[in-house]
Design a protein around this ligand. Structure first.
Ligand code: GDP
Length: 526
């Protein structure tokens, strides 16, 4: 327990949202509150707006920006908050899924006009797989959106999680008056573009108070009283335990661009969000309070400068203390390594760090030693589990266009897939290389980067697969299955067998024909 003081200060989380819901805006307001930035506009969205081949420079620029804003640390009250950025674009969803393995909780932003969107649902599925605690922020209340009660129902239904409002809006759109905080029983009135301060908060323990009648018209006052009565009648009182177990999501209403409701959210976050949690590893669970250092790589970013092929590997510290220039054990390579320039990020600034603690993320310069999921320890042989590869949804065969550059292509595709840009599958008993991605944009990124960084020209031929399933089970049954379905069997980079299904129908048929084989939709099983 040498480092308990440090660990107990740290809360690490990610903001997740469907693109355009307001993630970047909310991030920026958080950083303003935390004093990490002084002016609005300092945080750049890492959104990729266009979707054309001529957009590569934009992708490159965006990648650069998202390196700089990958982790943002700031102090708020007595807490060191580590905010991990997640790309909103669907084509980079895998990056987001992996980032979710490195945080202890999330804030989910919902646009009150659009409600639960496609990407919101998928992201929440990942959170639920890991029982990650979620706080929901319903944004854009300055616009006419869905009715709050309807929104709460939609959240429960589509996200399969119980919700509990902790603040409640008085009107919305141009009539938006403010929010009543049901948790600490207070009222804050809405004024556009103003940073709420403690002075703006009016304690309102009792809604029968004359303050309500004096400050609201009759309709608004009645509405607030009856809404709150209904909420208190329908929803159980808020409890921290089910939230921490990932079963109950507290909900706040506000407007990020107007800096409204953000302070309430942040105050509650630092109060209830979990401290660094124990993490499952191959041999045992690792407690953050253990004295010895452990950590894992959850994200790798290529260097923007094509003349340098070094990369940045993002290390989440899980236990003990990470120190600059100290030797650590790279478990997969069975090699000791030390890092002379590990750094952390403050908005767009990089700072060299001398030490870091559980909950922190540091960036390590990497010349090709790391791949996603790699574990560093002080010597113990273990690796962290729960850093899955998900089934891609698009599959293309990688075709070499320049036989003179075969080596470069092989090296390039191996390194890029180590970074997690896409997944590489190789034909079982063969040599064909199949790349699986979640979005088309990644194929363009790969093609471009193979040429720019490795000098290798390639082409992609679309394959008619729709899902990759890792298969396990009885050895003989698997062998029979391979014999029968050889065309559809590939191996992932670790040599695990994967069945590529052409359609849902095929998949279901194979599943019912082969009851002794298990089909998994993520590589987590290994
Ligand atoms: P992201 O894609 O989730 O990062 O979304 P952004 O933060 O970039 O926001 C998308 C758009 O919504 C931008 O034009 C923002 O100015 C706008 N926006 C963000 N918060 C609010 C809000 O509270 N009210 C309104 N009306 N617009 C907002």
């Amino acid at each position: 327990m040498k480092y308990a003081n440090e660990i107990n200060k740290r809360k690490s989380f990610a903001i997740i949202a469907h693109p355009d819901a307001g993630k970047t805006t909310l991030t920026e307001k958080f950083l303003l509150f935390g004093g990490a930035i002084q002016t609005a506009g300092a945080v750049k969205s890492n959104k990729i707006k266009k979707h054309t081949t001529s957009d590569f420079m934009e992708i490159e620029r965006q990648r650069g920006i998202s390196v700089a804003t990958s982790v943002m640390s700031f102090d708020y009250r007595d807490t060191i908050v580590n905010l991990l950025d997640t790309p909103g674009h669907k084509d980079f969803a895998e990056d987001t899924y992996r980032t979710l393995t490195a945080v202890d909780s999330v804030v989910l932003v919902i646009d009150c006009v659009k409600g639960v969107e496609e990407q919101t649902e998928r992201l929440m599925e990942v959170c639920r797989m890991r029982d990650t605690p979620v706080i929901i922020f319903v944004n854009k209340m300055d616009r006419d959106g869905k009715m709050p009660f309807d929104l709460l129902d939609e959240l429960e239904e589509k996200l399969s999680i119980r919700v509990r409002p902790l603040s409640w809006p008085i009107n919305m759109g141009k009539d938006f008056r403010g929010v009543y905080n049901l948790y600490n029983k207070s009222y804050v009135s809405f004024s556009p573009n103003k940073k709420a301060t403690d002075d703006d908060i009016v304690p309102l323990k009792d809604l029968s108070s004359s303050f309500v009648d004096e400050n609201f018209n009759e309709k608004d006052a009645d509405q607030l009283r009856s809404d709150v009565e209904l909420i208190e009648g329908v929803y159980d009182p808020f409890e921290k335990e089910p939230y921490l177990e990932g079963k109950l999501a507290p909900v706040f209403f506000g407007s990020a661009v107007n800096n409204f409701g953000v302070k309430d959210l942040l105050d509650t976050f630092v109060e209830i969000a979990p401290l660094p949690k124990p993490r499952p590893a191959s041999t045992r669970d690792i407690d953050p309070y253990e004295d010895k250092f452990t950590g894992f790589i959850f994200k790798i970013h290529a260097n923007l400068d094509p003349r340098h092929r070094d990369r940045i590997a993002f290390l989440r510290i899980c236990s003990g203390k990470f120190e600059r220039n100290k030797f650590y054990h790279h478990v997969r390579l069975d090699k000791d390594m030390r890092f002379s320039n590990p750094y952390t990020f403050m908005a767009r600034e990089k700072n060299i760090v001398d030490d870091a603690y559980p909950g922190d993320v540091v960036g390590l310069f990497d010349t090709g030693n790391f791949k996603i999921g790699d574990t560093l320890t002080e010597g113990e042989e273990l690796f962290f589990t729960g850093i899955p590869s998900f089934s891609p949804e698009l599959f293309k065969e990688l075709v070499n266009k320049d036989p003179m550059k075969t080596k470069q292509l092989e090296k390039g595709i191996r390194q890029l897939t180590d970074e997690g840009v896409a997944q590489l599958f190789t034909q079982h008993n063969g040599n064909r290389k199949i790349i699986g991605c979640v979005g088309d944009l990644q194929f363009e990124v790969i093609q471009y980067r193979l040429l720019q960084e490795y000098g290798a020209a390639c082409q992609f031929n679309t394959l008619p697969f729709y899902k990759a399933c890792w298969i396990t089970g009885d050895k003989q049954k698997i062998e029979d299955f391979i014999r029968f379905k050889g065309q559809n069997i590939v191996e992932d980079k670790d040599g695990h067998l994967v069945y590529l299904a052409q359609s849902e129908w095929y998949l279901n048929t194979e599943r019912s024909n082969n009851p002794d084989i298990e089909f998994h939709f993520s590589s987590e099983i290994h």
